[in-house]
Every structure is written in C-alpha cells, then in structure tokens.
Design a protein around this ligand. Sequence first.
Ligand code: PGA
Length: 249
Amino acid sequence: MRRTFIAANWKMNGTQSSVRALLSTLLSRPFSQKNTEVAFLAPSIFMPLLEITLKNSPFLYGGQDLSEFQRGAYTGEISGEMLKDAGCTYVIVGHSERRTLFHDTDDRVAEKFKAAQASGLIPILCVGETLKQREAGQTEAVIAKQLQIVLECVGIEAMAKAVIAYEPVWAIGTGQTATPAQAQAVHQFIRKQLSNLNPTIAHALQIIYGGSVKPDSAADLFAQADIDGGLIGGASLNADDFYRIMCAT
Ligand code: PGA
C-alpha cells in the first residue's frame, strides 16, 4: 500500500514572517500522518527556520533544486550536501520552470537526480508535456524520453528511493487542471514503463500529480488508482487551501 504524499512547492515566495504564520496555522490543526506524508519544498534561505519550526512535528521539508556538482566554484548554487546538512529530506529535480526558464536539459536533470541521491536526499523527479506536445499526441513519447534519460544515468533500482511528479506544463500555474482521467492515464503509463523494468519497484513508487491542484479538485485526483498525492504550487501558500488538500486523501 503506497502512502499518500502531499508536497508544497512554495517556488520563489514567502518571507520569514509569512512562513512562520503559515506553518504555525498548519501545526495547530489536527493531522494524522498514518496514511499521508507532508513536505514543504522551500527556498533554501528558509531551511534554518524550517528546521527549528518543524522539529518534533509530523512534517518534512526539502529544496526546490540543487546543483549537479558536489562542491566548488559554482557561484550561487546549492549542493545536495548543503540541503541534507540543513535537514532536508527531499529535493525537486527537473521542475518545468527549471527546464524552460533555466535551461535544465534532460541530461542535467539526470545528473541532479544522481547528485540528490548521492547526498542522501530523495529526488522528486518532475516530468510532463507542454500543451503543444499534448495536442500533437506526443504526451507519452515526451514522458518516456524524460524518464529514459534519468534511468540510463541512474538505473531502475534508483527509483526505489525517489518520487515522480507528473506535471503537465499546461496545467502549472494556469488554473487549468488535468481531469482525473487524463492524469490517471499518464500516471498509469509512467508506472507501466517502470514496471517493464522492475514491477516491484514500480508498484511501490509514489507518483504524484502537480498542476493547479486546488482544494476542490484534490480528492478526485487523489482517488485515482495511480495517483499517490500531489505537488502543490499556488494553493500551498494559503494555509486553509493547503490544509484542505492535505485532508483530501
Ligand atoms: P501550481 O504549481 O499548483 O501553482 O500549478 C504546481 C507546481 O509547479 O509544482
């Protein structure tokens, strides 16, 4: 039985005081971690605050990106080792905003995935197609390629300690969510691709959905057989909305 995983992707938002307020509201509400795990994927500068605030809480946290390099002269970068040292459990790799705005290629994403695991972090690998690719009937081919490049670099065994996020690019930050059936079809495809290589690992792997998940759409998405939770952007910045999503499982 896979546990539900709800991850907040705060992107480049927040201040010390807004983070404190958001977390103290969420920490004050009842939450059972029996079947659901929650993590906050935050800008690196907030890690010390998360470390103190979430100590002894049921919540975990992580980064939104990391360098593919271990250490050295890479001005502005954050390494996996630094995130781990700051208490992170997770790190996103290959978010579509990194791929399109910051030129993270499939190869670099694979290197980042490898660097994350080498530092003891659990990578949340994002894959997804653009609207143009979906309309051209290329969704499966695009996702298969994104997966294949990572698999060639790290091997299927690495998926035993990873999460995959299916994030259709056309649904991110647009308010346009994939229907539960559209999302389920792609999640099933991803699991099938991996199952061809190792059914046990594929069966245990958490595959979460991201792209304009809102309190009203969450339950139907999470009820799908191959959807194991969500990567939540905009709605994770509002305590009431995020709490409703956390409870929608
Ligand atoms: P969104 O972002 O929920 O604001 O669409 C999701 C994401 O980019 O992870």
